[in-house]
Design a protein around this ligand. Structure first.
Ligand code: PEP
Ligand code: MN
Length: 353
């Protein structure tokens, strides 16, 4: 397949080690991935942006010929992360097919601009990972800089967002941000990277499936011939064979089906949803008007806006109802929080008018 066809293939599956370590490791990974018949692009980190010094920082330029060799043996196009102009130059010199901008680079406009300048006049596809912090403007800015350099094939990679403290995931997926980025850039492919979201292999399937259910265009998943002994990101890598199984186990769904009866049924349900949303909006408006009245009353009687007991009572009532109605407490907490915050803001405005 030529690179243009690969770029357009859906789902697009990218896999390979977090880091290229040795020539044997790269070649064996590539061959075993190719044998699964499930992989479209071979990835490998050559220069690794590590959070702390002292960990393996990548094999460097000497690993590029290994990738060239892997491509020759398997026919798989190869993708590499670049963070400096020199890395772009070296990658292109050794025939790397696809470049990607890492999460720690997307955050830095100077670095992204350096890459953009190095890419001017070059016709190579570029994938841009989300910045490590939850900032869609930075992600958008990186896309704009690369696009302005004349790169026409740009894709996005959702790899999750750093959050301090222990969470289930290594990087919080914050799906709503990827969905919003997709909405703003419908013409750009959006790939999901479950490896860096999860940080551990037992969670990969669940995240990959969710991405596919959300109509993502493909997956980038790290794989290694000996995952536990990988020189970087050991906990999240899987063997090439396991990768192949995972791709087979995912339930692939299409965004649309041509059947007319399906569309008629869907339209009917959507109409009902619209109707209910309208009613909910009316009710919310009524609720806020009542909150305004209470605000005025509190102001006239010189009473504080927030009364903790009342808030606890509202939440407790809501939970009792939500349990019976099959609404999760997590959802109801978020919903009630939003409603409550809005009430407080409005009452605040009234108090201080
Ligand atoms: C990687 O893909 O190995 C990598 C370093 O990813 P990220 O930039 O998402 O941390
Ligand atoms: Mn990695």
């Amino acid at each position: 397949m030529n690179l243009n066809d690969t770029w357009k293939k859906r789902p697009l599956i990218i896999s390979g080690p977090c880091s290229a370590e040795t020539e044997e490791q790269v070649l064996e990974t590539a061959v075993r991935l190719a044998n699964t018949g499930k992989v479209d692009v071979l990835r490998a980190g050559i220069w690794k942006p590590r959070t702390r010094p002292g960990s393996f920082e990548g094999i460097g330029t000497k690993g590029l010929p290994w990738l060239q060799q892997a491509k020759k043996q398997t026919g798989l196009p190869v993708a590499v992360e670049v963070a400096t102009a020199k890395q772009v130059e070296d990658s292109l010199h050794f025939g790397v097919d696809i470049l990607w901008v890492g999460a720690r680079t997307t955050v830095n406009p100077f670095s992204v601009q350096e890459l953009a300048d190095a890419l001017r006049g070059v016709d190579v596809p570029v994938l841009i990972k989300n910045p490590i912090n939850a900032d869609l403007e930075l992600w958008t800015g990186a896309v704009e800089r690369i696009a302005k350099a004349g790169i026409s094939r740009i894709g996005l990679i959702h790899r999750g967002f750093a959050s301090y403290g222990n969470t289930l995931y290594r990087n919080a997926p914050m799906w709503h941000l990827a969905i919003e980025m997709k909405r703003r850039n419908p013409e750009l492919m959006m790939i999901n990277d479950p490896s860096h979201i999860c940080g551990r292999r037992d969670l990969l399937m669940e995240v990959a499936q969710k991405a596919i259910d959300l109509d993502f265009d493909g997956l980038m998943i790290e794989s290694h011939i000996d995952p536990d002994n990988a020189w970087s990101d050991a906990k999240q890598q899987v063997t090439p064979e396991r990768l192949g199984e995972m791709i087979s186990e995912i339930k692939w769904r299409s965004e649309d089906v041509p059947s007319e009866s399906f569309h008629i049924a869907l339209d009917k349900l959507r109409e009902q949803i619209n109707h209910l949303d309208d009613e909910l909006m009316q009710l919310l408006s009524q609720r806020m008007k009542l909150a305004d009245q209470i605000g005025t009353y509190k102001k006239n009687n010189n009473v504080t806006i927030l009364q903790t007991n009342r808030w606890n009572e509202i939440l407790e009532r809501a939970y009792q109802k939500s349990d019976k109605l099959g609404l999760s407490r997590e959802f109801i907490t978020r919903y009630m929080d939003a409603v409550h915050m809005e009430s407080i803001n409005r009452q605040n405005a009234i108090m201080n008018a």
